[in-house]
Design a protein around this ligand. Structure first.
Ligand code: SF4
Ligand code: SF4
Length: 354
């Protein structure tokens, strides 16, 4: 990894240089919040943004895409479609960089890789940016507050300059051509350390730090908490739509009006949807909200970690903002925090009584 410093005044030039060769997607103001969108004007880019409403996952996994077209009579594929644009995803927070790494584990690195995801992923450069936590950020509780990899460049704002971590040749060449790079000095290093310290201190300390949450979830699998928690769910699936790591999808074959041709379409789905686990014959393996909400939390905090070594939740806080009935991982942490504290009190009382 290489580290260099650029002046803050060089940022528009860097953005323009990327725009010369790539479609540039970056955070922009949108109504009361921020979204990732395609940029026409470098001055629209906002780098000191709070978490965007939705994540950038749609640039790798669109909410709806035609996988291929087919001919019904010949029962064969007639057109194989992937819409690929060389793209730069600019200004991605560490939680979202971690989220993309989780998606990679499934769509790139698993036994059955996904050619559509791979094509977009390989055509995309990623520029990360350091952030300050908002009220509902808890990436520090799920080991996703830092992103040691998963980007081509990473920018840390140091006031009148940026600390740039460089990890790809393609991005390094554009950076070198469009800015006045210099080596970091002791003053830059001190500013970098101060920025890291400020960020660490800004997280909400009241969000519990629950150790061994995966194990706890197994041991409290039948606790009445899940029935109450799930009973609040409105089945709106907003949580999955905004989540950077929710990746469930459905596949539909849509026939033309004359039924001679058709297209196979992939659309986002959600395990919180009442129909998600319904199978042929009508049986639904997760027919009630308790089962669905519990399943989603298990996959985020337990199942994915058992299989891939890291939680599927990256603590971005988007579902905390999106869910109208307060169903989110922070509430699960609070439940286990209370449970483990009360268990500790009971066991101390039992010991004292002996
Ligand atoms: S958990 Fe909340 S956001 Fe998700 S489907 Fe249920 S009500 Fe909607
Ligand atoms: S579960 Fe919620 S907090 Fe965790 S990654 Fe998804 S949207 Fe973010």
């Amino acid at each position: 990894m290489l580290y260099r410093i650029i002046d803050a005044d060089d940022l528009p030039s860097l953005i323009r240089a990327f725009m010369d060769s790539y479609e540039l997607v970056a955070p922009v103001k949108h109504g009361p919040g921020y979204i990732f969108d395609v940029i026409d004007d470098p001055s629209d880019v906002v780098l000191d943004y709070p978490t965007t409403i939705a994540s950038p996952k749609k640039y790798f996994l669109p909410s709806e895409e035609t996988l291929f077209k087919f001919d019904v009579a010949s029962n064969d594929v007639v057109d194989f479609e992937i819409d690929i644009k060389p793209r730069v995803l600019f200004g991605v927070h560490p939680c979202d960089l971690n989220a993309i790494e989780r998606l990679d584990a499934v769509f790139l690195d698993s036994r059955y890789g996904d050619p559509y995801y791979r094509a977009r992923r390989e055509a995309t450069l990623i520029v990360g940016v350091g952030c300050m936590p908002t009220q509902n950020c808890f990436c520090h509780r799920v080991d996703a507050d830092e992103a040691p990899r998963g980007y081509d460049l990473f920018l840390q704002d140091l006031g009148d300059r940026y600390w740039v971590s460089i990890s790809s040749v393609a991005a390094a060449e554009i950076l070198e051509e469009s800015t006045h790079l210099r080596e970091a000095t002791d003053e830059d290093r001190a500013l970098f350390a101060a920025a890291t310290h400020r960020r660490t201190a800004a997280f909400d300390g009241s969000i519990p730090n629950v150790q061994d949450i995966a194990m706890l979830m197994d041991t409290y699998h039948s606790d009445p908490f899940w029935a109450e928690f799930g009973s609040r769910c409105l089945n709106c699936t907003a949580c999955a739509a905004v989540c950077p790591t929710c990746m469930c999808f459905d596949i539909k074959d849509i026939l033309s009006p004359d039924a001679k041709t058709g297209e196979r379409v992939r659309v986002w789905d959600s395990c919180n949807s009442p129909h998600f686990a319904r199978v042929a014959g009508g049986h639904n393996f997760r027919a009630d909200e308790r089962g669905r909400v519990r399943h989603r939390m298990y996959h985020k905090l337990n199942g994915f970690k058992v299989k891939h070594g890291s939680m599927l939740c990256v603590g971005c806080g988007r579902c905390v903002n999106a869910c109208k009935v307060n169903i989110n991982p922070i509430e699960v942490f609070k439940f286990f925090d209370e449970k483990t504290r009360s268990s500790a009190v009971l066991s101390k009382e039992a010991n004292d009584a002996e």
